[in-house]
Design a protein. Sequence first.
Length: 170
Amino acid sequence: MSGRADGPETDLTAQPPQGTPGETTGHGRGRTAAVLATIAAIGAVIAAYLTVVKLAGGVPTCGPLAGCETVQTSSYSTLFGIPISAFGLGYQLAMLALVVGWFRTGDRRALLGAYVLGLTGVIVAAYLIYLQVAVIGAICTWCVAFDTTVVLGFLGAVAAYARSSPTRPS
């Protein structure tokens, strides 16, 4: 005779779900968010510098390399009268907001937003690099540094999303 005949069997040895190896939670999420936020902040500083210089009518200092002046003074450096770098600043601030939102809430939708924004940023960066190389005929080292932050931020968002696990129903 069994102990209970009037209800479903219960496995008392079953353990609650523990997550998956490499899951981005707790301290792991904090480290990843700090890296992503730092990348976005660096990109924002670069974009802010380029925006201020453009709005002031100057040209960015390129160091021993030439090209920044040519790119900054080209007709491709603005869109509807707004410096391209201002759009980059908005991009990096949006990326920073998504990363902070993910860190604070653990909501994967913020990472998904960072992924979509990052993918868009990579496509735009590729187009702008094409313009520098094939059309303008000059490379802006500041622009390349900014584009590097876009690519790193995108790759970081992809990696964080892949390591995170969906919220489990309780």
